[in-house]
Design a protein around this ligand. Structure first.
Ligand code: IMP
Length: 409
């Protein structure tokens, strides 16, 4: 029995899709589970089946066998989900393995309109949402006015409570997915009882978490390890492998504070090398150096058993590489992030500069073959964040992955 939880350690886009695909291929989980977010996510995968960007369906769907579960903590856009499933089918993926929690909330057309109009009204205070209706749907969930998948099947739903467009979409969706709807918390509890293996796939990242992220410019769900439990109904288990996925530099899409952000010229270079454009919205991502203050904070909240460091090959040609080790804040040196955006905006990063390795690493498959400077960089990250690195990714393909420390899979 193995449970692996994959959590984004930064502001999303850390390369979780590739890592989930790598792990799924390695240990063939009986269940892949999404537990938070919705079509705001874009998990990119490049494998023998082709190139994919998965938004709502767990990335494990690309590995044969096992069920792909959308848990109670996700919000589902009915039309977008059916389109995604059809696209998967067209590429030869069997969509019959998808299961949907009866407690998941539905994104209605009104939610998307509200998301976009509220964002316009925010003016300079805009969040930079993906416009997919995520915030308003979670707001309705908390306000106890949301519509859940179970409502479609068990009723009563009144046509008069919805716009015609929403109503027709709901009826059609309910009929289409009826046979795939499950009590996912029961399904997963039974899976645990019969020693099945599970892979929980987080969306977004710790710094976008509604509680622990850079509020208010965050998403509206729990993106952390705690969210994995509340969004799936599973309970913590001491044998779990908890992976925190970190990019070897940092990116952010949307608005908000970013202490280690690079000036435009330097950012442009890494953006092109790393193809740093949003997988869901196509927006150029902002880019900065690895921030170990925020990394350590993510470690405190999640207690990752291992870190996964991605896109390391993007740094291959950099003459020197910086890591933010602390902040200067109001005359002091601090090693934690202040709780407000205004506080974080006053933080000036303290950097340690390391020499770059200036040699290609995409062909490297063993730690021993990594350049010395690369290993020093990894050691410093482990020391500053406070957890060992389990995997290193040096390219987008599955095989471009180096196992640094054995994971108990
Ligand atoms: P929302 O989740 O669409 O409400 O957007 C809130 C914030 O989270 C915005 O800054 C988005 O750019 C960001 N965000 C949401 N989903 C993702 C993601 O999957 N990757 C990176 N950023 C995201």
């Amino acid at each position: 029995m193995t449970t692996v939880i994959v959590i984004g350690g930064q502001w999303g886009d850390e390369g979780k899709g590739k890592i989930v695909d790598y792990l799924a291929h390695l240990f063939r989980p009986d269940f892949g589970v999404r537990f938070n977010g919705g079509p705001n996510a874009g998990h990119s995968i490049d494998n023998e089946l082709g190139q994919f960007v998965l938004h709502q369906v767990p990335s494990t769907i690309l590995t044969p066998g096992g069920l792909a579960v959308l848990g109670n903590g996700v919000v589902i856009d009915p039309g977008a989900l059916l389109t995604e499933v059809q696209e998967l089918q067209a590429k030869g993926v069997d969509p019959d393995r998808v299961r949907i929690s009866d407690r998941a909330h539905l994104i209605l057309p009104e939610h998307k309109q509200r998301d976009q109009s509220e964002e316009r009204l925010r003016g300079e205070k805009k969040i930079g949402t993906t416009g997919r209706g995520i915030g308003p749907t979670y707001a309705d969930k908390a306000a106890r006015t949301g519509v859940r998948v179970a409502d479609l099947l068990l009723g009563p739903l009144e046509a008069g409570d919805f716009s015609l467009q929403s109503w027709e979409e709901l009826l059609w969706f309910g009929e289409t997915v009826r046979d795939r709807v499950v009590s996912s918390e029961r399904l997963l509890a039974e899976a645990r009882m019969s020693a099945k293996s599970l892979l929980l796939e987080g969306a977004q990242g710790v710094l976008l978490d509604v509680d622990f992220g850079t509020y208010p410019r965050v998403t509206s769900s729990s993106t952390t390890r705690a969210g994995a439990y509340s969004g799936s109904g599973l309970t913590p288990d001491s044998s779990e492998v908890i992976l925190g996925v970190f990019k070897s530099y940092v990116t952010r899409v949307g608005e908000g504070v970013f202490p280690t952000e690079l000036p435009i010229e330097e950012a442009n270079q890494l953006r092109e090398l790393g193809a740093e454009y949003g997988a869901t919205t196509g927006r150029p991502r902002r880019i900065g150096w690895f921030d170990a203050v925020l990394g350590r904070y993510a470690q405190q909240i999640n207690q990752f058993s291992h870190l996964v460091l991605t896109k390391c090959d993007v740094l291959d040609q950099m003459p020197e590489i910086k890591i933010c080790t602390a902040y200067r804040f109001r005359g002091d040196q601090i090693d934690y992030p202040p709780a407000t955006e205004a506080g974080l905006l006053q933080c000036e990063p303290v950097y340690q500069t390391l020499p770059g390795w200036r040699t290609p690493t995409d062909q490297v498959r063993k730690v021993a073959d990594l350049p010395r400077e690369f290993r020093s960089y990894c050691n410093l990250i482990e020391e500053l964040v406070g957890a060992p690195i389990g995997l290193i990714s040096v390219g987008k393909r599955r095989e471009e992955t180096i196992e640094v420390n054995k994971l108990a899979l």
